[in-house]
Design a protein around this ligand. Structure first.
Ligand code: 6CS
Length: 283
């Protein structure tokens, strides 16, 4: 995957230079033309169902990549090629040119909106915590974890839940970085962390697959906002982002957007009831 990414990057650069020399309207148009020539868009994902998933045979699915694949097809880019990344590494990877876009449920927040060019909203969700049955430490919020000096919470590195826990006053040493959902599940089951926090749909997916009666889901986490993601493009690729938004709006209007995301449990109405502007301004 990595070698393919490097070769694609070099080829893309050559194509962009050629297209600009041939009089493409702007560097932005060249980006979309480069992806068309490349034949695919390199997307960053996390492999966190139902947002993103990679099957044993390498097939990429999940609501975010499925929306992206459909939109890129309509833009003349035949497919997507996914790389798995930690949430905290997605924006640096995008900025370094390792990905063409992040389609992973990377929630819009002011600091991220300042670093990337988000599309309009795609997937919205509240936050949840996975705990032992009976919620023995009585967690309802990240503040509850902060108040209990023995309590630990697991969350993705560079992820929203890690930030929420730290901002709620949980000391750094009690916020445990967890690489993926299966690890988080096991750590709660083994009592190595008291809670594991992800968005509601991700925790529910883990819970369903674990089929473990000794676990319980706390959802929503009190005091935590409902977030929405968007496809995240590199600053400077706004024309590509705008072209993506045109197709996203058509999908939303035709009902095809709902057909793609709602089988995964997401609400099309939630995404259509807000905007990038509102989400990027949210405190
Ligand atoms: O945007 C984020 O940071 C969060 N989004 C998802 C879909 N899962 C966890 C992550 O922390």
């Amino acid at each position: 995957m990595k070698k393919l990414g490097i070769l694609a990057g070099v080829a893309g650069l050559a194509v962009s230079t050629m297209l600009l020399a041939s009089g493409a309207r702007s560097a932005d148009d060249a980006k979309l033309e480069q992806l068309k020539q490349q034949g695919f868009a390199r997307v960053a994902i996390a492999n966190e169902p139902p947002y993103t998933a990679v099957a044993a045979d390498g097939k990429v699915s999940g609501a975010a990549p499925d929306v992206a694949r459909e939109i890129f097809k309509r833009l003349g880019v035949n497919d997507i090629v996914a790389s798995i990344s930690e949430y905290g590494a997605m924006i640096p990877g995008l900025q370094a040119g390792r990905f063409d876009v992040v389609t992973a449920g990377l929630f819009m927040k002011p600091e991220r909106c300042a670093a990337v060019a988000y599309s309009e909203p795609v997937l919205c969700d509240a936050e949840a915590m996975l705990v032992k049955k009976g919620n023995p430490k009585g967690f309802k919020s990240y503040e509850d974890i902060a108040k209990d000096s023995s309590a630990t919470v697991g969350a993705p590195g560079g992820g929203t839940e890690e930030k929420l826990a730290l901002n709620a006053g949980v000391p750094r040493e009690r916020v445990i970085v967890v690489p993926d959902g299966q690890s988080g599940l096991k750590m709660v089951q083994d009592g190595r962390i008291d809670a594991y926090s992800l968005p509601v749909l991700s925790i529910n997916d883990l819970m369903k697959k674990a089929n473990d009666p000794n676990l319980e889901v706390i959802a929503p986490v009190q005091g935590a906002p409902v977030y929405c993601d968007g496809a995240a493009f590199k600053k400077g690729d706004e024309a590509l982002r705008d072209a993506y938004d045109v197709e996203l709006a058509k999908l939303k209007k035709s009902g095809e957007f709902a057909k793609i995301i709602e089988p995964y449990g997401f609400s099309a109405k939630a995404a259509m009831s807000t905007t990038r502007e509102k989400l990027c301004a949210a405190k």
